[in-house]
Design a protein around this ligand. Structure first.
Ligand code: FES
Length: 153
């Protein structure tokens, strides 16, 4: 995959070159790169922010929402924290792994979905919860999974 460095420079120009903006900057760069942060993109971020590359990598590796490995077009996150676990989130996780034919952390063969675990996504009263890209789904029932996935296929 070739990286559009001009697009990264465009994104960068939307933000002041301050470290405080690194989170939103990297989020937008990741989106522009197809849900992951290739080395070439991180080098460009390092150059533009004048932040050493190892510091940029350190920042990226600290947050689970960033990935330096290629991921699918859509990221499915299954909440595994207490309230969701009590409401059988493992059943949802198992069904998604079977449906997509992947293990946790893997990407489906068609590159459409990457399946990940996550900590609480803030909708505990509607456990079990999952998140697909920026959309949160609560009270997820096994029989509703196919219709949810259909929206992204
Ligand atoms: S524990 Fe799952 S949303 Fe809070």
């Amino acid at each position: 995959m070739s990286i559009n460095l001009e697009k990264i420079r465009e994104i960068f120009s939307d933000y002041c070159p301050e470290k405080g903006n690194l989170m939103v900057l990297l989020h937008d760069v990741q989106k522009a790169c197809g849900n992951w942060l290739p080395e070439e993109a991180l080098k460009e971020v390092s150059k533009l922010t004048k932040m050493p590359l190892n510091k940029v990598y350190g920042f990226v590796s600290f947050y689970s929402m960033f990935s330096i490995e290629p991921r699918g077009k859509h990221i499915i996150r299954v909440c595994k924290d207490g309230p969701c676990a009590v409401k059988d989130s493992f059943v949802i996780e198992d069904m998604l792994m079977k449906e997509l034919d992947v293990d946790m952390g893997e990407t489906s063969e068609d590159n459409l979905f990457t399946l990940e675990e996550t900590a609480c996504i803030g909708t505990c009263t509607a456990a079990p919860a999952i998140m697909i890209d920026d959309e949160v789904y609560g009270n997820v029932a096994p029989e509703s999974l196919n219709s949810i996935l259909k929206k992204y296929r």
